[in-house]
Design a protein around this ligand. Structure first.
Ligand code: KG4
Ligand code: ZN
Length: 340
């Protein structure tokens, strides 16, 4: 891990319940000792998306067993934990409340500090879980179901938003495209699998590159996929359509990010968030960074989609800096990235 980053001295237990994964992880120093994820995806699949009330109830059922498993996987008991981190923003309020209430109860009963973590800060610092870890300053491309952002990360806790999507997130473009092609939810992985033997040049789809250099737009792509499905009907070749959609998204994300990096003087790019699990995107960005002599860091696959290990990393760094929150810690559906 990066030498200049200071982690909390004692084991940190982290909890993530912002959307449809109940996760608990333990970080000892800069190493993940355990990371347990109970996914609700199967339950939400039948509704075609996440139902907030059902998500909160499922978190209530899963949270204690998930924490127990995280402790036993790390060969620890609650008495060994020195600090707690929990996602408290942004996310579904009912879902977040389950994690935050549990973390407060643990903090009170164990007499140890608790820190609330911004979900996107977790994704951003997940790049410290790559080998070698991200160096500072760097530019992060954050691509998930709800976010498509370019962020300058000067140091942990120092974030500057450089650009973002004007409409749909990259993950939404995958998810909506997959739904139109009948590939189900969540769509990113389904598109990647369907695209494996497809021709990315078969169906020309738009690459939206708004003049405003650092913003993204994916809503036109969704409309173009809808038109394509309507026009081709049953004749649509799913492998070729999936490959064409994936290529359109990868091309836009790569072009914009590399254009910015070229003139920036910054030596490292990170790729984080659920869409960072996309192999085509990882390989394209890695190749471009190699050509430019830049470091490229992206977390192992298990730390791309929502997980508590990334929350543990962000929380551990904050706890090591002496930060903690009281029992008044609240949950927020929307929140700006933290900054000093
Ligand atoms: O970070 P994440 O787990 O949840 C949010 O914070 O949104 O990201 C979920 C998103 C979904 O849109 C999903 O389709 C996408 O990540 N995703 C992928 C892949 N795996 C997950 N997109 C493209 N390729 C993948 N392999
Ligand atoms: Zn996420």
């Amino acid at each position: 891990m990066v030498r200049q980053v200071k982690f909390f001295d004692e084991p940190v237990l982290a909890i993530e319940t912002s959307c449809d994964e109940t996760s608990a992880a333990i970080l000892i120093g800069d190493k993940v000792a355990s990371n347990v994820i109970a996914s609700q995806i199967e339950m939400h699949q039948k509704w075609g998306g996440v139902v907030p009330e059902a998500a909160a109830r499922a978190h209530v059922e899963a949270i204690l067993p998930v924490i127990s498993t995280a402790l036993s996987d790390a060969n620890l008991t609650l008495k060994d934990i020195g600090g707690l981190a929990v996602t408290n923003r942004p996310g579904l309020v009912g879902a977040l409340s389950v994690g935050v209430t549990t973390a407060k109860a643990l903090s009170f009963s164990l007499g140890i500090p608790l820190v609330g973590v911004h979900h996107l800060e977790g994704h951003l610092l997940s790049a410290l879980l790559d080998t070698p870890p991200a160096i500072f300053p760097h530019v992060a491309l954050v691509v998930s179901g709800g976010h498509t952002e370019l962020v300058k990360v000067s140091a942990p806790g120092q974030y500057e938003l450089l650009g973002q999507t004007l409409d749909d997130a990259a993950g939404e473009a995958f998810d909506k495209g997959a739904r139109l092609m009948g590939l189900g939810y969540p769509g990113g992985r389904a598109i990647q699998e369907a695209a494996q033997n497809g021709d990315p040049n078969r169906y020309p789809l738009p690459r939206s590159l708004p003049k405003d250099l650092l913003n993204f737009s994916f809503s036109g792509l969704k409309t173009a996929v809808l038109r394509l499905c309507e026009k081709e009907g049953l004749a649509l070749n799913i492998a070729d359509a999936a490959a064409s959609l994936q290529e359109a998204i990868v091309a836009v994300l790569t072009t914009k990010t590399i254009r910015y990096l070229e003139g920036s003087g910054i030596g490292c790019l990170t790729l984080v968030g659920g869409v960072a699990a996309n192999i085509a995107l990882r390989e394209r960005l890695r190749g471009e960074c190699t050509k430019l002599g830049l470091q490229f860091s992206t977390p192992p696959f298990e730390y791309c989609t929502d997980n508590a290990a990334m929350i543990a990393v962000a929380g551990s760094i904050r706890l090591a800096a002496g930060q903690s929150d009281g029992y008044g810690l609240d949950v927020f559906p929307n929140a700006e990235l933290p900054n000093p």
